[in-house]
Ligand binder design. Structure first.
Ligand SMILES: Cc1cc2nc3c(=O)[nH]c(=O)nc-3n(C[C@H](O)[C@H](O)[C@H](O)COP(=O)(O)O)c2cc1C
Length: 336
């Protein structure tokens, strides 16, 4: 039984991965997508997207990190995959799920599911460009408007050389609207010979259980649910499938306060101070789904634009405030 941490552009970057993976027990995480369009992305681009490349492709907690590529030109994807492979990520993942209009307009992400031959050509070209030992996975939705070609696309990917398929059980048209059609994950898993991972709308251990039952697959990738409840994966691993009671949430909140302090510190090492409040609010906004304490805290900071004001609220709430350091990259650039 594998638990994977989903790629989420604009939400789950190296900072949040570093904070949530040590508690999670994930088999691996996937980075946000790197968009490939006509050029060879420089090494520094990949290192910025996945600083974990500097530590053997693992988060500080030791979770392997695969890097995701998105694009539609097989040979350009292959060249970029080869370049990336030289940096030794824990694996490479291909994106066939992004529904964003800007990406889709340039023939990337979920729209490619209307072109299974192209999907196959991309997977095959990338596989051929990679050393044998480099794991290749792919993440797909069920289709563009319906699931009519889902199995064809899954075959295209598996035959092309993807060794694991993650299926986000919705079409592009579905966007992120519930439900996720887990039963379709099972249909795909029955049709291909590579392991299939279920993804979509797993926010609780009970939903994890239902997702596995409905799809019949053992492995699940957690997305927003993992960010909204950083303890979800570890509870699943421990077999604690009931909704946490108040006492457990209280104990988890004590740990979460440390994580929030750690998050704030790491955010400040990466981004300018003025961008930190947005990042802090974004995570708290998701946490309040599960933690009344986060709801309270969010209510207190949502109207505050300055970090110094948020810090005061954090301090009063018992959250550690590390001194503000200039972003690491600026420091390094100045030193160079
Ligand atoms: C903010 C956001 C950004 C995302 N970015 C990516 C991405 O870069 N690559 C990708 O394959 N999927 C991306 N996804 C999709 C997620 O990986 C996942 O498939 C989706 O959220 C469904 O899982 P969930 O219901 O557990 O969140 C993104 C989702 C969200 C909400």
């Amino acid at each position: 039984m594998r638990l994977l941490l989903a790629p989420m552009e604009g939400l789950l970057d190296d900072v949040l991965r570093a904070v949530v993976t040590p508690r999670g027990g994930y088999d691996y995480a996937v980075t946000e997508f790197a968009r490939v369009s006509g050029t060879l992305l420089p090494e520094r681009f990949f290192r910025r997207l996945a600083p974990e490349l500097d530590s053997a492709g693992r988060t500080t907690g030791g979770t392997p990190v695969r890097v995701q590529l998105l694009g539609s030109d097989p040979s350009c994807m292959a060249d970029n995959a080869a370049q990336l492979a030289r940096l030794a990520p824990a694996g490479i993942d291909l994106n066939f799920g992004c529904p964003a209009p800007t990406v889709n307009r340039h023939r990337g992400g979920a729209v490619l599911l209307d072109e299974p031959e192209l999907v196959h050509a991309i997977a095959r070209a990338v596989r051929r460009a990679l050393p044998d030992g480099m794991p290749l996975s792919a993440k797909m939705r069920l289709g563009v408007n319906d699931a009519g070609r889902a199995i064809e696309c899954a075959h295209a990917l598996a035959d092309g050389g993807a060794q694991t398929l993650v299926v986000h059980a919705r079409t592009k048209r579905d966007g992120y609207r519930p439900p996720a059609h887990w039963v379709w994950v099972g249909r795909i898993a029955d049709a291909v010979r590579v392991p299939v991972v279920a993804n979509g709308e797993v926010w609780s251990a009970a939903q994890w259980q239902r997702c596995r039952a409905e799809s019949g697959v053992a492995d699940v990738m957690l997305g927003r649910g993992a960010v909204a409840d950083p303890f979800l994966a570890s509870r699943i691993r421990a077999g604690a499938l009931d909704e946490p009671d108040e006492a457990l949430r209280e104990a988890e909140w004590a740990v979460l306060k440390e994580m929030l302090g750690d998050f704030r510190e790491r955010v400040l090492r990466k981004v300018a101070v003025r961008h930190a409040p947005g990042r802090i609010k974004q995570w708290l906004n998701l946490l309040r789904r599960n933690f009344p304490q986060a709801e309270l805290l969010y209510g207190r900071i949502r109207g505050l634009a300055r970090l110094a004001d948020i810090d005061r609220v954090f301090l009063a709430s018992g959250i550690r405030i590390a001194p503000v350091l200039p972003p690491l990259q600026t420091t390094l650039r100045k030193a160079a």
